[in-house]
Design a protein around this ligand. Sequence first.
Ligand SMILES: [Zn+2]
Length: 127
Amino acid sequence: MSQLKYCQGPKCHTYDTKDRKRGPKDNKRNETRRRSSFYYLNGNACSMTCQDDWFKVYGSRALQHFGMITQPKVLTRDNAWTNRRDWRSEGNDGYYAYNYLTEERRPITEQQYNDDTNIDDQGRLNI
Ligand SMILES: [Zn+2]
């Protein structure tokens, strides 16, 4: 069983729902939601509202921390590769690397299709 963790939404405790209520009748309080898994904010927020709250408070700071781009990123024939599969084909024949700009196709293995090791994180072909 996985460990419980708290929703990272900075205002989670301010939303008045039954499952957030804790404490005895004369001292009721609302607490941040705690679950084994969440669906939002990469598994760290209990709702889209909490995800939006997090972004409003921390989004700009996260961009500053990890670095804003100062020049446009550019898609050229060198980094326009993606792996595709032709579902009508049988076996390895259906797997290929596809170039968005040149429309070139290069055969790849099923393994490469599944693990993407033939393309780097910038979209360049490694084979
Ligand atoms: Zn929340």
